[in-house]
Every structure is written in C-alpha cells, then in structure tokens.
Design a protein around this ligand. Structure first.
Ligand code: NDP
Ligand code: MG
Length: 379
C-alpha cells in the first residue's frame, strides 16, 4: 500500500489523480492533500478518502475544515508536510512555481515523486535534478508528452535515442493568424479543442508557452540538449510524443486525450494496469492523423522558450514568472491576449543574468520578476 501526498487535490490533475486512487483502494491510500481555495471540494475529499492531514495556507479555510473534521492534522505550507509527512509518494499537481520548495523537500526526504507541476523544473531544473540524482530519487513524469517519451524509452539504451519529438495540439487559436488574435476573449482562449484542463495551462497551450515549458521540462527530466528536442504540431492529440532512434526508427505513444493514463502510469509504474471507465479507443474511428511544422513566427513564445532554455541559468525562471503574472492578469481582464506575449518578451529582454546562481538567488529572481511585471501592469 502506497501512502500518497497529493498537492493540488482540488485541481484538474488532482481530481483525476483521485479517480485513480478510487479505482485502486487496495494499493493507494491518500494520507494527505493540499488545496488553496476550494473548500467544498476539500470537504468532499476528507469525507471520501479520510486522509490524516491537510495542507492549506489560508487559516480561515483551515479553521472551517477543522470545525467539521477535528481529527484532521493541519499544515499551512506544502513544504512542511513534504519534509516531515509520513507518505511514500508525492503527486505534485499544484499550479505554478509554488510547488518548487515542496518538491525539493520531498527529494531530501527521499520520497518518490510524480510530477505534473512543470513550472518546478522550468524554474530550477538544474537544482531539482541534481538533488534527485544525489538522493537517488525518481521523478516520474505526469505531463502527457513526457509520460509518452518515458513510456517509449522503457528498456532502451539511452545512447540509441537520437531525438525527442514533442507534439503540440496548437491550442485554442491554432487556426487564427496573428492579426486575428487582436481582441480575442478569455472565454475563447479557454476553449481548448482536445483537452479539459485548468485555466492557466489552457491559456499557456494557446500561446504555446505550455509547449515551451514542456521543452525545458524535457531537457531537465531526460537530460537532452535543446538541439535534440523538436516540437511538431499534431492537431488530433493522439500521438502524445515520440522518440527517434539512431537507426531512424520512431517510437511513439498513442492514446485518447485522457490525462488519467499518464497519471496512473506514474503511480503504478512500471505496470500498465486497466484504466477504469476509459472510453473505447479505436484508431479506425479517428482515421487520419496530421503532423505539421511549427510556425515559430506565429508562435514566438515557443522560439523564446528554446532561447531562454539555451541561455539557461535564471532565464527560464524569468520566462515562467512573467508568464504566470501575465496569464493571471489576462484571466482577470486586466490585459489583452497579445500583451501576455509582450510582457514575457519584455521581462526576458530586461533580465540581467545573476552571477553565481544559487537556489535562493533563483527564488529571489522569480519574486522580483513578478513584482516588476506587476509594476508594468499598473503603469
Ligand atoms: P488547476 O488550476 O486545475 O489546479 C491547481 C491546483 O493547485 C488546485 O488544487 C489549486 O487549489 C492549487 N493551487 C493553486 N494555487 C495555489 C497556491 N498558490 N498554493 C497552493 N496551491 C495552489 O491546475 P491543473 O490541474 O490544470 O494543473 C496543475 C499542474 O499540472 C500545472 O503545473 C500544469 O501545468 C500541470 N499539468 C496539467 C495538465 C492538465 O491536464 N490539467 C496536463 C499536464 C500538466 P484550489 O483549487 O483549491 O484553488
Ligand atoms: Mg502536456
């Protein structure tokens, strides 16, 4: 029986993770979970899964939950439970860079980690992966593209892999020209053609920042150079990603757009167990699959992600921090869609690389970039 600490249990990945735990009650026990705001969903989780502990930063929400469930242990920060909790595997499904310190604490405590929270690796991939290697901790990918690559690589000799090919659906505006992006609304941006996900990642998919973050995530997770990572557009989202071997063979992972599959694989690794209530999947119903070159002029944020990834250091953290602030401002109606891109570009152009980058320095750069971009919003 594996004891699970699920960070971000009330979100899109969190709820789908609970589906897997529900399907395999003899193998997994939810020992602790975190949430930020959604008290009703948190209550429902406590009632159903009877965890020992909850992590919530807002003390009013914590008190409200304790009033109903006085036996529940309560923590106010993700990192404290990650460091001291009695769990076996952390599922990191929080949104944004708040997941970083808890991931590092889980590594120090030598826990297994299933990572959905890509911002953690984008921000501090060098530190996270070095710590994981040092402590012998495995980081299992949850993101569908990385899970696909991970699945395709099972049993292979790494030196025989030539290239990673990450697929991109193109997001909600893939058929719009740049001129047509002027004046698009939040509701239009949130209508993803293939996947139902949290709001921030849906916007990131449309700007191609999500794919940019995934390229940087892949670089860290699998240790490949940026020259060995390619992105292609694949509108059906059936091929979740692939690898090209030295001999020219391509190994791809295919399946329906159901995030529960990569989540479950991370939890049951190396087994591919039955996925409960999965919809029948028949390639003959799909009939055709399409692959197109990515248009980097149409999607400048993808080109910029390769650039910040290659520059390394704190550049990816700046790209990520500016994006998080810009997307929140767009969702809040403060800026237009295209201003997301210009804010990220401006933050990257304005950034002067720190000498002697430590983790603390990186967190400081994350903080100061957010402040700077918020300042630009207020102008
Ligand atoms: P959601 O927005 O649906 O959920 C985010 C979760 O994090 C919620 O539980 C939320 O709590 C919690 N949360 C939000 N802000 C904070 C904070 N400041 N401190 C602590 N907890 C917080 O996101 P998704 O599930 O879509 O995405 C989660 C992560 O997984 C992201 O990194 C995303 O890139 C990645 N991912 C998601 C995929 C998807 O299909 N959704 C696919 C691949 C990767 P509350 O609800 O209570 O506010
Ligand atoms: Mg993905």
């Amino acid at each position: 029986m594996k004891a699970i600490y699920l960070m971000g249990a009330t979100g899109s990945i969190g709820q789908q993770t609970l589906d897997i735990l529900r399907a395999y009650p003899d193998q997994f026990r939810l020992i602790a979970f975190s949430f930020a705001q959604n008290l009703d969903a948190a209550r429902a989780i406590v009632e159903e899964f009877k965890p020992a502990a909850v992590v919530v930063a807002d003390s009013d929400l914590g008190q409200a939950l304790l009033a109903d469930f006085p036996e529940l242990e309560q923590y106010t920060d993700l990192e404290a439970y990650a460091a001291h909790g009695d769990y076996d595997l952390m599922v990191n499904a929080v949104m944004g860079s708040v997941g970083l310190k808890a991931t590092l604490a889980a590594i120090q405590a030598q826990k297994e980690i299933a990572l959905a929270n890509k911002e953690t690796l984008v921000m501090a991939g060098d530190f996270v992966m070095a710590a994981a290697r040092d402590k012998g901790v495995s980081i299992l990918p949850v993101d569908s593209e990385h899970s696909a690559i991970f699945q395709a690589m099972q049993g292979l000799d790494r030196q025989d892999v030539k290239k990673l090919v990450i697929t991109a659906s193109g997001g909600s505006f893939r058929d719009k020209t740049r001129a047509e992006l002027v004046g698009v609304t939040v509701a239009e941006a949130l209508a993803h053609p293939n996947w139902t996900m949290g709001a921030k990642i849906t916007i990131d998919s449309s700007t191609m920042v999500n794919k940019g973050l995934e390229v940087i995530e892949a670089h860290h997770l699998f240790g490949w150079d940026y020259d060995q990572i390619e992105v292609i557009q694949h509108r059906e989202s059936i091929v979740h990603s692939m690898i090209e071997m030295q001999d020219g063979a391509f190994l791809a992972q295919l399946g329906p757009s159901d995030m529960r599959e990569p989540i479950q694989f991370a939890l049951t690794y190396p087994r591919h167990k039955p996925l409960q209530d999965s919809k029948p999947f028949d390639l003959t119903d799909i009939g055709q699959l399409h692959f197109e070159k990515m248009d980097l002029e149409r999607f400048p944020m993808l080109a910029l992600a390769f650039e910040v990834g290659r520059r390394g250091g704190s550049f990816p953290a700046v790209y990520n921090a500016a994006n998080e602030v810009a997307v929140a401002a767009f969702l809040d109606g403060q800026i237009t869609y295209l201003e997301i891109e210009s804010l990220i570009e401006r933050a990257v152009a304005d950034h002067v690389e720190a000498t002697e980058l430590s983790l603390e320095r990186l967190l400081e750069i994350d903080r100061s970039t957010r402040e700077k971009v918020r300042g630009w919003l207020a102008q």
